[in-house]
Design a protein around this ligand. Structure first.
Ligand SMILES: [Zn+2]
Length: 458
């Protein structure tokens, strides 16, 4: 018999974070969470240790930073960002192809590495990323921080609604959940209906998947008359795409899962788990600044963005000595909140609206910057829309954007829906975006990252 009692795990012990450990989960150590000045001190100390470890033994960075690498004297984080060049995905891919099978971004001899993960390669050649046991342990530490922020306890019972592929996120999340002592059910290679049954039968309280799949599973439950009010699911921990920080998407998912809350976070195989939803203010992600040095730059000029502006997230991995990244251009578009203490008490950088999209997904339509998160936010305000697809017609000099929508079952007043959506696009973007209504069931559904944007090029 499953009990309803929830008990906290890993109560804060003696202040560990000053000694190079993650920040305290509860923030109750010696006056609360680290201030921005304390965060910067920790980052600088870790950065110096990282550079000492990787130079000159890491061939990729020894080459990249030569000759400045030999005389890098870091007296501040600003000196680091001024001196060290950005790292791009293209450089890493080129290095890997020239030096198969792993490239040369390796600080230690090959026998020191115990894990290999691989990126999806949707936009380029997949990257293979190796980790030592030490680096892996730090990644799991960071995931544990995310779980703490989500309020996970050892009594939580997890269901992973995906097959475990080569991405890092699956495995690091699993190890973190095990470290907390939670029950885990790996739900790969199952139909959605079978997953719902397993969620009910096993008293699952926390579901990990993409926001798209949390929504899809909720829809299947309605279709198959599975009563999710009977489930014990209280947390929907989502990642892989931006919807978890978009209010309209969150509320759609939460309506399908009575009693459950969406908790967003994000990470990347070549970086690790990066951010977690602000516990007090859904819709913003805090960066784990004990593990990463974040910057936000204008994609073209590479200068820091101004207050309230959207830019590309650049990360330095402070804990992944075996295969580090210095000032890595992630391609993720974010809007940093001005630096101040958050209402949750943390001083860590907050990204308003989470991950807004990929810099290579952003399109300019009639002079307006449009990224996937904006379209998602507008469409998801309409409960009558079950699924949608965005068409980008790039055949002429002027890129044109149009949207196809598929209605939810038994939706009333569909005739007016395209016009209402067009008005919403006009109001939000000052753009005329034609909207077409499709028959029910005509658009694809997704288990992993959704691919809703289609480019028409010829
Ligand atoms: Zn916060």
């Amino acid at each position: 018999m499953l009990t309803e009692t929830a008990v906290p795990v890993s109560p804060p012990g003696p202040a560990p974070w000053g000694a190079g450990q993650p920040f305290p989960p509860g923030g109750s150590l010696a006056g609360g969470f680290p201030t921005h000045a304390e965060i910067k001190r920790i980052q600088l100390r870790k950065l110096r240790a990282l550079l000492d470890a990787i130079l000159p033994s890491n061939p990729f960075y020894a080459r990249k930073l030569s000759p400045s690498g030999s005389r890098l004297a870091l007296d501040s984080l600003e000196a680091y960002t001024r001196t060290v060049p950005l790292t791009t995905r293209h450089e890493l891919v080129r290095d890997r192809l020239a030096n198969p099978p792993y490239g040369t971004n390796l600080t230690f001899p090959l026998e020191a590495y115990v894990r290999c993960h691989q990126t999806s390669g949707t936009t380029t050649v997949p990257m293979r990323w190796l980790d030592t046991a030490e680096s892996w342990s730090r990644i799991v530490d960071n995931w544990v921080q995310i779980l703490h922020a989500a309020g996970v306890t050892k009594r939580d019972r997890f269901f992973f609604a995906f097959s475990f592929g080569p991405f890092l996120g699956f495995w690091s999340a699993l190890d973190a959940v095990h470290r907390l002592g939670c029950f885990c059910f790996p739900g790969g290679s199952m139909s959605s209906h079978a997953r719902l049954q397993a969620i009910l039968d096993n008293g699952i309280t926390a579901l990990c998947c993409t926001p798209t799949y949390a929504h899809h599973l909720g829809e299947i439950a309605q279709e198959k008359r599975v009563d999710l009010a009977r489930s014990r699911v209280r947390l929907l921990i989502v990642a892989g795409e931006g919807g978890g920080s978009i209010p309209a998407t969150r509320s759609r998912i939460e309506r399908l899962w009575p009693g459950a809350t969406v908790f967003d976070h994000h990470g990347m195989t070549e970086v690790g788990p990066v951010s977690y939803q602000c516990p007090a203010r859904p819709g913003a992600l805090h960066v784990l600044e004990s593990a990463y040095l974040p910057e936000v730059i204008t994609p073209h000029s590479e200068e820091p963005v101004g207050t309230g502006e959207t830019g590309e997230l650049v990360l330095t991995t402070l804990d992944r000595t075996g295969s580090p990244l210095l000032r890595y251009r992630t391609g993720d578009l974010v809007k940093p909140r001005p630096r101040s203490v958050c209402i949750c008490g943390r001083h860590e950088l907050a990204l308003e609206g989470g991950i807004l999209g990929r810099s290579d997904d952003m399109v300019v339509v009639r002079g307006v910057n449009v990224y996937p998160g904006v379209v998602e936010e507008i469409v998801r305000r309409y409960p009558e829309v079950a699924e949608y697809r965005v068409q980008l017609d790039c055949r002429n000099a002027m890129t044109e954007l149009s949207v196809e929508v598929e209605p939810a079952p038994a939706s009333p007043s569909l005739a007016a829906l395209p016009g209402r959506l067009e008005q919403s696009f006009q109001a939000a973007l000052n753009l005329r975006v034609p909207v077409t209504l499709l028959p029910p069931g005509s658009l694809p559904r997704f288990e992993m990252k959704a691919q809703r944007w289609v480019r028409v090029t010829e």
